[in-house]
Design a protein around this ligand. Structure first.
Ligand code: NAP
Length: 373
């Protein structure tokens, strides 16, 4: 379809800046008139994409927004709730592409993850859907890593035990994790530097710092460095958290199987990684499938997933946040049949939650819409 003008909102936030970097690297905005918006820096310089200097427009200027064929926003759910209904009421018929969760479960929106649900996306476009929303980062990474099993409908039920990075909370959370690490390092430095000092004094010093009133916890509420937090987002009625509920609700919507959902349960845990989420899966297969067939299906499902051999050297080299960060790779390893029985499978995956977990599906739906007849 003809996209002459795109408006980008939220481009300087964490997801937005990764998205813009990727769109520029892939030439997605070539030949498209691009307007940058802000809620707080109206009139300041906008990024120069080669068309000469321009300034930031007001993200609440409805007359300006309504001139766009596509609005791409990473500004957050409150912005979506404030702006989109009013734009639609005023008759705006453009396409809305959004990183926020606010509209994901609405009937007039498709959650986009094209390597997994291109058919659902195409059906949505044909049906006239105009709201395309990126999925939750953990859910998108889970579906990409297990694409081969979902595609063959081999999963009867599953659990995801997650190990989620600080970046999921936003830029300020990443900074706080590093500030916590810095305080621990700096204030235990003399004990660490003395190899003759016992381990117990060092451990006691760290415990004391974690409990200290000056320990930086404004964002997380409690220490994350040298600890973990087994709660992400708000409480749901069933005792799970919203983050845990999303694997079931969003996961089945992305797969287009709300009428026949796969039971998926999770325990989502924040850990001290920077921007890669990891997940351990326990999967009940619909029937006993040979392990070599499972490995082939996993490895060949899409261009980004890659099977990692289930040995120590391969796992340490390829299946950690430190190895995966900043890449589009979705390694899946530790794949084995469980002692529970031949239909039970274990696996572990890692993915960059700002790339495939957030920015990549958004830039790809922009391309899909642009290339659509
Ligand atoms: P963010 O980093 O907090 O940025 C959101 C907005 O905050 C920016 O667009 C900017 O708007 C404003 N802002 C204020 N001070 C800023 C500063 N010092 N640096 C940069 N921006 C600043 O939010 P985000 O983590 O990118 O998340 C955006 C949306 O994506 C949310 O709805 C989130 O739920 C969703 N999402 C996030 C992730 C994730 O992993 N973080 C993953 C998937 C989806 P102005 O320019 O208008 O001031």
């Amino acid at each position: 379809m003809q996209i002459e003008r795109v408006g980008i909102v939220g481009w300087r936030g964490m997801v937005g800046s990764v998205l813009l970097e990727r769109m520029l690297a892939e030439g997605d905005l070539a030949g498209v008139g691009t307007t940058f918006y802000s809620t707080s820096q109206v009139g300041q310089s906008a990024p120069d994409l080669g068309a000469g200097p321009s300034t930031l427009e007001d993200a609440y200027d409805f007359a300006s927004l309504s001139k766009q064929d596509v609005i791409l926003t990473c500004q957050g759910g409150d912005y979506t709730k404030q702006v989109l209904p009013r734009l639609r009421e005023q008759g705006w018929a453009g396409h809305w592409i959004d990183a926020a969760s606010a509209k994901r479960m609405d009937e007039d929106a498709v959650i986009v993850l094209d390597p997994v649900n291109r058919e659902v996306i195409d059906r949505g476009i044909e049906a006239g859907i105009r709201n395309f929303i990126g999925g939750n980062c953990t859910v998108s990474l889970m579906l990409l890593s297990l694409g081969g099993l979902f595609e063959a409908d081999l999963i009867e039920w599953m659990t995801c035990m997650t190990y989620q990075a600080a970046s999921g909370g936003g830029a300020r959370h990443m900074r706080e994790l590093v500030a916590q690490m810095a305080m621990l390092g700096q204030q235990s430095g003399s004990l660490l530097a003395d190899p003759e000092s016992g381990i117990l004094p060092l451990d006691a010093r760290i415990s004391e710092l974690l409990a200290h009133e000056d320990f930086p916890t404004d964002q997380f509420g409690v220490p994350l460095a040298a600890s973990l937090i087994p709660w992400i987002d708000s409480a749901m009625e069933a005792g799970d958290t919203r983050e845990e509920w999303k694997a079931f609700a969003e996961g089945n919507k992305i797969l287009g199987r709300q009428d026949d959902p796969i039971p998926i349960d999770s325990v989502c845990v924040r850990i001290g990684a920077m921007r890669c989420h990891s997940q351990a899966f326990t999967i009940k297969l619909r029937h006993d499938v040979p392990i070599d067939e499972i490995e082939t299906r996993l490895d060949e499902a899409n261009d980004w997933v890659r099977l990692v051999r289930n040995d120590k050297a391969s796992t340490l080299a390829e299946l950690t946040p430190a190895a995966v960060t900043g890449t589009l790779d979705i390694p899946i390893g530790r794949v084995r049949k469980l002692r529970l029985g031949p239909e039970y499978l274990g696996a572990f995956t890692v993915g960059d939650q700002l790339l495939w977990g957030a920015a990549e599906p958004l830039r790809r739906i922009f391309r899909i819409l642009r290339d659509h007849d």
